[in-house]
Design a binder for this molecule. Structure first.
Ligand SMILES: Cc1ncc(COP(=O)(O)O)c(C=O)c1O
Length: 368
């Protein structure tokens, strides 16, 4: 029987624990290696934890079930997953990148991958005509975030997939902000889904991890080869933390969204707020009157924490220009609106009245 999404967050794809002691919570297999009974015979297929590990495998199956992927590989961070994705390409390959991406990806492209000779080009993927016009016969991939970080720009995944596939290219979608609860890119035609599992999937601001979910077996096998070879795999304990967080993904996402809608409504009524960017889920970016105002808010929040992450139970306020996007060139930031007046709020699952009251007092103090 195929269970509903929220049940699969807890039980995975209908799998009971195979643990010898019938543990209800899947155990942490904190072992670097697994014994062989005879030559070539390792009973459950586990050999060495860099390659595979039961706790990680259990988590990977659970994510595959939620993302409708053929396979999922867990990495030690979202960036490790992204770096592994770029290992698919060769010198000369043309790669189209969404204009607004997490700053770490821009840093990877500009400061690490540039030596590999990929021909990268930024394009406004939200306008499908512009995207289509940018696709070339040698385009190998379109890489995007939707909604994007931090400007919440939305791309039509189905149309982007069509544009990619007509050129024989891959569509790679970072689904960190929406999670499979709100959006399943593979079902809309994406070939690869990326997650910073550090965010909503783990959900408690206590672990760093990443995932590559692939739409077909060939890609899955390629990612398994890359991951076991470069070795940026997820440890058993972090795998377990993510599994534990995943159990409440569905109810957390509902609460993140309902809290965010209330906070967004409040922000839209503030005179000092010029713009509010919201595209669903629990993430809101907003622009205030001045840099001094933005800094004043960051300084005076008491419940909300001034920190650089998102998607956890605690509300976090981030200053994208210096925290998440310092390595994005100034002209690009200006073009996108990532200014010193922009704040990004990851609305947590606290009582929404407390979140709004905290913003209220921080705004008042910042305005004094
Ligand atoms: C959309 C997005 N993708 C990927 C990453 C990178 O993930 P990690 O920090 O887990 O390496 C981040 C980090 O903030 C992100 O916001």
């Amino acid at each position: 029987m195929k269970y509903q999404f929220d049940t699969r967050c807890i039980h995975g794809e209908n799998h009971r624990t195979e643990d010898a002691n019938y543990a209800v919570s899947y155990p942490i297999y904190q072992s670097a290696c697994f014994s062989h009974l005879t030559t070539g015979h390792n009973p459950n297929g586990f050999d060495y934890t860099r390659e595979s590990n039961p706790t990680r495998a259990y988590l990977e199956e659970a994510i595959s079930s939620l993302e409708h992927s053929s396979d999922t590989v867990a990495f030690s961070s979202g960036m490790a997953a992204i770096a592994a994705t770029f290992e698919l390409f060769r010198p000369g390959d043309h790669i189209l990148l969404g204009e607004d991406l997490y700053g770490g990806v821009v840093r990877l492209i500009d400061q690490i991958s540039s030596k590999n000779g990929y021909v990268t080009e930024y394009v406004d993927t939200t306008e499908i005509q512009k995207l289509r016009a940018a696709v070339r016969p040698d385009t190998r991939a379109i890489y995007l975030e939707t909604p994007s970080n931090p400007m919440m720009r939305v791309t039509d995944i189905q149309k982007a997939a069509e544009a990619a596939h007509e050129a024989g290219a891959l569509l790679i979608v970072d689904n960190t902000f929406m999670t499979p609860y709100f959006q399943n890119p593979i079902q809309e035609g994406a070939d690869i889904v990326i997650h910073s599992g550090t965010k909503y999937l783990s959900g408690h601001n206590d672990t760093v991890c990443g995932f590559l979910c692939s739409a077909n077996r060939e890609l899955g096998e390629r990612f398994r080869l890359i991951s076991k070879t470069i070795g940026a795999t997820l440890g058993p304990f972090e795998s377990w933390l993510c599994l534990r967080g995943l159990k409440t993904l569905a109810i957390r996402m509902e609460r993140h969204r309902s809290n965010a809608l209330k906070v967004r409504e409040w922000l839209m009524r503030q005179k000092a707020v010029q713009k509010v960017y919201y595209a669903g889920s629990g993430m809101i970016s907003f622009e205030v009157d001045s840099a001094a105002m933005a800094e004043g808010i960051l300084k005076n929040i008491q419940l909300i924490i001034f920190a650089e992450s998102l998607g956890g139970t605690e509300s976090l306020l981030t200053y994208p220009t210096s925290q998440t996007h310092p390595d994005v060139p100034a002209e690009q930031k200006e073009k996108l609106g990532i200014s010193d007046r922009l704040l990004r709020l990851s609305v947590g699952i606290e009582n929404p009245e407390d979140i709004i009251r905290d913003l209220e007092q921080a705004f008042e103090q910042a305005l004094e």
